[in-house]
Design a protein around this ligand. Structure first.
Ligand SMILES: NC(=O)C1=CN([C@@H]2O[C@H](COP(=O)(O)OP(=O)(O)OC[C@H]3O[C@@H](n4cnc5c(N)ncnc54)[C@H](O)[C@@H]3O)[C@@H](O)[C@H]2O)[C@@H](O)CC1
Ligand SMILES: [K+]
Length: 520
């Protein structure tokens, strides 16, 4: 599903109004009517309410007045509370408000917290319609509006958000101070980035996109290339798999991984690459832990590398370059540890590797502080797969800052450093240097456990080895990884999921895509 910026939606509305001549009030009427239909379908068992419409001073409130009017007409008990004065309401919203004023629907205006609290308590609403802010939110929410959002979230009423939960930045998913937590959000014409990207996406509840009568012509200048990846989008990325193909046809991945105490990371990445469909997999690890990996790994081959005290030595460079001569892709980082030797190894290796590659875990920590070497690379965009902690070390922001702005941070970093950036977490964000962004919609909290990142690294590497471009490999890997977690959870639950539980479900997740069936 395509996701657009709030500003793009405003421009679409403006073109429809100014160039096509569709009156704004017509769009508002259509929006309010479509939202009301969705509301009635969802909350039929709560009829006749009471329903409280909370309206801000803008057009989001205007949609709320339309809803209040139509709901009242359909027999619902509706009260409208406006956060502002009557004279603050202008334009199309004022048109809708003046129609509402002539009907038998109570309308109250509140200017302070006492009035607001009284109004909410008196409404005894079973359902609240949030018409405080839509795409016009300009800055963090404070004062009376912040109190209103707090009261809505504390109320036992079901919450319906008009366009977007108030407080969510439609262009990024940032929470602007605080945001309404909705059960159902109905948005107009097209979904916005804030509906798909965390943390805002967590406030949306179920999302419905409704038509408000804007012709295709009015939308043609939308340029964002941001999408929420669903099963259909993931399926389109599957690499070809000819039935007569042999193991050489499906790529050979080299994984450089492992150190004392971290052989599990290397083994998980190796096994994930096998389950990810790579024809051959070689795991190259410090010679000190090589024998352990020989035992842990069956299908993947292993290769010992030069080491210092068990950790990869800078002198492993030549061995790695030699190993890469017959490989299609490189995965670097799971469990390699840190230290000057390793940092030097990555520094000398990176400019020389022209193959597709993915860097994860300690590989990312080694990159921190020397991101300039990414620019020296000649091959396709490398894939970096940080979790927020690793991202913090990479870009110098705090984890909280990254989590607040997941979309913008990933997009900006990919562009600045010429990499495909896969920012892990709920709704993993995948960004390319050319501005394309994908937000993954599969997965669950079972993935929040040690080793699941190593599985993802092996999977990205396997898809690179099978010939997918960096951006596509990262998107498909995120989907399969998340879907495998859903399949595991369907059987045993998400809490207590081990990263190795994912492995056998990776081919199942892939089969779902290739056969177009849901296997749980
Ligand atoms: N023709 C159109 O443009 C259409 C717009 N529609 C609705 O209109 C909405 C956008 O309307 P608006 O552009 O009027 O914007 P909003 O209604 O989202 O909010 C604008 C109002 O909030 C105030 N405001 C912004 N940030 C604030 C903050 N942090 N604290 C306090 N006040 C703040 C502004 O000063 C303004 O009064 C959409 O989300 C949608 O619901 C729909 O009716 C469809 C047609
Ligand atoms: K809203």
């Amino acid at each position: 599903m395509r996701l657009i910026r709030a500003e793009e939606m405003v421009a679409v509305d403006q073109r429809a109004i100014n160039q096509l001549g569709i009156p704004g009030a017509v769009l508002m009427e259509n929006a309010g009517r479509a939202a009301t239909d969705a509301f009635c379908a969802e909350f039929a068992n709560c009829f006749p309410g009471p329903v409280l419409v909370l309206a801000g001073k803008g057009n989001n409130g205007g949609d709320g007045y339309v809803m209040a009017r139509i709901l009242a007409d359909r027999g619902w008990r509706v009260q409208t509370t406006v956060l502002g004065k009557r004279e603050d309401i202008a334009g199309d919203a004022a048109v809708m408000l003046s129609i509402l004023e002539q009907l038998n629907v109570p309308i109250g205006y509140v200017a302070d917290e006492a009035g607001l609290q009284f109004s909410l308590a008196a409404a005894e609403a079973k359902l609240i319609i949030d018409g405080l802010f839509g795409t016009g939110l300009k800055s963090d929410v404070r004062g009376l509006y912040a109190t209103a959002i707090e009261l809505v979230n504390a109320s036992p009423a079901k919450v319906f958000a008009i366009d977007i939960p108030s407080g969510v930045d439609g262009s990024s998913g940032r929470i602007c101070g605080m945001a309404v937590r909705a059960d159902l959000t109905v948005t107009f014409d097209q979904a916005k980035i804030g509906h798909g990207s965390y943390p805002g996406a967590a406030c949306v509840g179920r999302l419905e996109v409704v038509d408000i009568g804007i012709p295709q012509l009015g939308r043609e200048k939308v340029t964002s290339d941001v999408r929420l990846v669903d099963v259909a989008e993931a399926a389109r990325l599957l690499p070809e798999r000819p039935v007569a193909g042999h193991k050489g046809r499906f790529g050979h991945l080299l994984i450089v991984a492992g150190a004392p105490g971290k052989t599990g990371a290397a083994a998980l990445a190796g096994n994930a690459a096998v389950r990810g469909g790579s024809g051959l997999v070689t795991v190259a690890a410090p010679a000190a832990v090589h024998d352990i990996l020989e035992v842990k790994l069956t299908e993947a081959m292993t290769c010992p590398l030069a080491h210092v005290d068990g950790f990869l030595a800078t002198s492993a460079e030549e061995q790695i370059l030699e190993l890469l001569t017959e490989k299609q892709a490189l995965a670097f980082g799971p469990g390699v540890g840190q230290g000057d030797d390793l940092r030097n190894l990555l520094t000398v290796l990176l400019p020389q590797v022209e193959l597709p590659m993915v860097i994860d875990a300690d590989g990312l920590n080694l990159l921190a502080g020397q991101l300039g070497i990414l620019q020296e690379r000649k091959g396709p965009w490398p894939v970096l797969t940080p979790h927020p902690g690793e991202m913090a070390r990479l870009c110098g922001l705090s984890v909280a800052e990254i989590e607040a702005e997941r979309f913008r941070v990933a997009k900006g970093f990919a562009r600045a450093h010429n990499v495909v950036l896969l920012l892990k977490g709920a709704r993993t964000v995948i960004a390319a240097p050319d501005g394309r962004v994908r937000i993954n919609s599969s997965g669950n909290d079972g993935l929040a456990s040690g080793g699941s990142g190593d599985v993802l690294t092996g999977l990205v590497g396997a898809l690179l080895a099978q010939g997918l471009e960096s951006f596509d490999a990262a998107i498909l890997a995120a989907w399969l990884h998340g879907r495998a977690a859903e399949l595991v959870a369907a059987g045993q639950g998400a809490a207590g999921m081990a990263a190795s539980d994912l492995l056998c479900q990776l081919p199942v997740a892939r089969r779902e895509l290739s056969e177009g069936v849901c296997l749980c």
